[in-house]
Design a protein around this ligand. Sequence first.
Ligand SMILES: N[C@@H](CCC(=O)N[C@@H](CS)C(=O)NCC(=O)O)C(=O)O
Length: 210
Amino acid sequence: MKLYDYETAPSPRKVRIFLVKKGIELETISVNLPQKEQFADWYRQKNPNCTVPSLELNDGTVLCESEAICHYLEEIYPNPPLFGRSTMERAFVNEWLQRIDFEGYLPVANFIRNCSDAFKDRALPGPKPVAQIPELAERERDRAQQFFYTINDILESNNPWLLGKYFSILDIFAFVTLEFADKCQLQPEEELNALEIWLQKMRDSLEATN
Ligand SMILES: N[C@@H](CCC(=O)N[C@@H](CS)C(=O)NCC(=O)O)C(=O)O
């Protein structure tokens, strides 16, 4: 198996942390996004959507979404379980993966892609140019703010991790989203205690595994 990656991009980072937490080592190939290598023929043939990450299986099949890649790896390497340990936990994980993506990751990505010159005509990833909508950036900034409160609220009842007792993929996907927000200058407007404690715990846990 081979992972197509780019070091500073948030979506492949989700998969890289998942691999570390599972103790899996994979051959990793960097696709240089600033040099537009995602559009090169050799990569487009593997992933026509021209995004990273992609996971190429030994039979040549390619998975092109970070969540699907993690699901596949969970089935191949079930321990430690990162998608929940019971029917109810797995349902909670599925529900919150969708919410983290829709209420967190997409607002942050839409914010930066619609206001930064670096993403001119690249307001959405993919093979075709898409024009920016500056008003959308404003709306998405507010949605990202709401997401900080949403995660803080869960952590006030579920701790130490988003699922409760066990570390899961929810912690990985939410953490990468919050660090991505920080990089885009989107920080909580007020101090959110449960969120801050959990962020520090995540940083410590990643340092310990590196
Ligand atoms: N939903 C996809 C998102 C993938 C995505 O948007 N990747 C970005 C990097 S974080 C990308 O490849 N961008 C290339 C571009 O903007 O042309 C996933 O989770 O894998």
